[in-house]
Design a protein around this ligand. Sequence first.
Ligand SMILES: NC(=O)c1ccc[n+]([C@@H]2O[C@H](COP(=O)([O-])OP(=O)(O)OC[C@H]3O[C@@H](n4cnc5c(N)ncnc54)[C@H](O)[C@@H]3O)[C@@H](O)[C@H]2O)c1
Length: 356
Amino acid sequence: MTSDTILVTGAFGSVGAEVVRHLTGQGRRVTATDLDVPSNRRKAASFRRAGAEVRWADLTRDDEVHGLLARTEPMAIIHLAAVIPPFCYARPGLAHRVNVDATAALIQGARDLPSPPRFVQASSVAVHGPRNPHRHTGLLTPTTPLNPSDVYGEHKARVEERLMASGLDWAILRIGGVIVPEPHWHFDLDLVTFQGMLPVDGRIHTVDARDAARAFGTAATAGVPREVYLIGGDPTHRVRQGDLAPAIAAVMGLGGGLPPGRPGDPGRDQAWFATDWMDTTRAQEVLSFQRHPLPDTFREIETKVGWRRRPLSLIAPALRGYLRRRSAPYETDGPHADPWTEMSARWGSTATEPVR
Ligand SMILES: NC(=O)c1ccc[n+]([C@@H]2O[C@H](COP(=O)([O-])OP(=O)(O)OC[C@H]3O[C@@H](n4cnc5c(N)ncnc54)[C@H](O)[C@@H]3O)[C@@H](O)[C@H]2O)c1
């Protein structure tokens, strides 16, 4: 018999933690699953205190997927586990096993349950491929053609297709750029280097992680239509790449700490990153998730950083010099950003894999 449990995969990630918080806050029965690694084990107590059950599983192992499903028999699965950019570029084999193979196993396992659950898949704006704002001046819609150009967008496009053909009850949420409303105490050099490679005039549609979590929660519990939903925040979340990272640095007290980036080449459609502004009208109508304008999220982070902003501001110039030196070996010549060439130089091929 199906339980009333919602199974959340990738539950200890940026979005997953907010999804678990949102659902347990609503009094829902939640099983949170992720890899059994020390950093997750440290966080598990707070999930349990909130009322969630925690079950460790490596989703690349079929036996663990089947065991998890057999024990949980969920009414819905919110599938967030993934290897995301830029890490999927550094480890494309692992990324394929997690993003494609494990998702396929989870879909198949869900189909095999006596009462197949609703399956809510975290997809990405990356399925639409590079977006040159000089060519694409309108907003992305759920029916904009898929045109993935990197392994990540390709992985997400493949699992969307597989889920739609699965016969399960599904919803697909294509997310823009998630902003976690917490200070970034953990400095991830790869992530900062990656952001510095993106054209400063590229368009990115962000969303507060809590609003994304609300969208996933509603998609899993409210019997919404089988559709693709574009998950971005209200219009304050439509920003330019070159404004976003410096704004985040500034609320941390690190204003001026990032080296300046370069604009994209208007004449080269492939030399842009795979993000754009989205028409979220339909998603908002059905999922009613947009609660946090971007300036409010930034103010919250700033408040949480508090007195530490002053000492942090003192290291901003040194940080800028350090990041400049770290990114110099990968930087291409010329006035324009060349993100895919630079990413390939840094992490290996980012290109689409041959179709299997
Ligand atoms: N963060 C964004 O801006 C963004 C944008 C678009 C789409 N998405 C999608 O949203 C989802 C959540 O993203 P996020 O930012 O929370 O990512 P994240 O990297 O913070 O979390 C992903 C989680 O998946 C888990 N995971 C990885 N491999 C696993 C495995 N083999 N077995 C079990 N768990 C495994 C990780 O441990 C991690 O906790 C992902 O599917 C991502 O592709 C995120």
